[in-house]
Design a protein around this ligand. Structure first.
Ligand code: NDP
Length: 245
């Protein structure tokens, strides 16, 4: 029987690469995002193992109902990838409360809400795998992204807490901390800031930005049965950026 996976933010960038890997491996893969046009286009590229559910994850009240609709249609959820995320590069003195809260809500609170909803069904099924997506921002201090940093640091803490609490339900919880990966999000952050891009490359031993497919390969391993004794891990997929001199 085919496995079923949810990938939030699965219609672009890293999420889409993970979706491609999963569908290629025969996993029924449900993309969640806000932009229906983008979701439809992604599914047309991914083919028969893909589907989508439209949901604005910052509207956290809508999450349990969306998860229930997925269960009604597919009967089970084996894998959840919490990949959706937003960033905003802005001086701390100018960042508004609303902007800060929106990033926390989208990146962090929604991760809790959807994991809680999905874990309830995984518990009934006697198991599953959850994968969170963090960032180098959780490892070292990057200026002008304070809300993003707070949200990603929380994701790493939640990964460990969830891994311990959900272990007895047969649910493994891991996290990937991508380095600097070539996507729209990183282009916005780096392409208009040559100094920052140079700094990123200079401290990345492998000397380049990563490809979304390189994150996807690690993601597939961590949610697969090959990783059956791995839980609570934060895996950097970063070309050595986190340990670069
Ligand atoms: P993208 O901007 O390409 O993808 C982000 C995805 O999140 C989009 O598909 C978007 O879909 C979805 N999303 C955003 N807000 C919401 C929301 N409120 N509700 C539902 N979906 C939402 O970025 P990346 O692929 O680069 O990033 C993916 C993840 O990887 C993020 O968590 C990011 O923080 C993390 N990351 C990326 C790095 C990089 O170098 N690229 C480095 C480290 C971490 P839609 O527009 O349809 O809502």
């Amino acid at each position: 029987m085919k496995k079923t996976a949810i990938i939030t933010g699965g219609a672009s960038g890293i999420g889409l690469a993970i979706a491609k890997k999963f569908t290629d491996e025969g996993i029924i893969t449900i993309l969640v995002g806000r932009d229906v046009k983008k979701l439809k286009h992604a599914c047309s590229v991914l083919g028969e193992n893909s589907d989508f559910f439209q949901c604005d994850l910052s509207d956290i009240k809508s999450i349990p109902e969306m998860v229930q609709r997925i269960i009604d249609k597919y009967g089970k959820i084996d894998i959840l990838v919490n990949n959706a995320g937003i960033n905003l590069k802005k001086n701390i003195l100018e960042l508004t409360d609303e902007e800060y809260q929106n990033i926390i809500l989208t990146n962090q609170t929604s991760t809790f809400c959807i994991t809680r909803a999905v874990a309830g069904f995984m518990h009934e099924q006697c198991g599953g795998a959850v994968l969170n997506i963090s960032s180098m921002a959780a490892i070292y201090g990057i200026p002008y992204v304070i809300a993003y940093t707070a949200s990603k640091s929380a994701i790493e803490g939640m990964t460990r807490a969830m891994a311990v609490e959900l272990a007895e339900m047969g649910i493994r919880v891991n996290c990937i901390a991508p380095g600097f990966i070539r996507t729209n999000m990183s282009s916005v952050a780096l392409d208009k800031d040559a100094a920052r891009k140079q700094k990123v490359l200079s401290r990345t031993p492998l000397g380049r930005l990563g490809k979304p497919a390189e994150v996807a390969n690690a993601a597939y391993f961590l949610v697969s049965d090959e990783a059956s004794f791995i839980t609570g891990v934060i895996l950097p997929v970063d070309g050595g950026n986190s340990i670069g001199f």
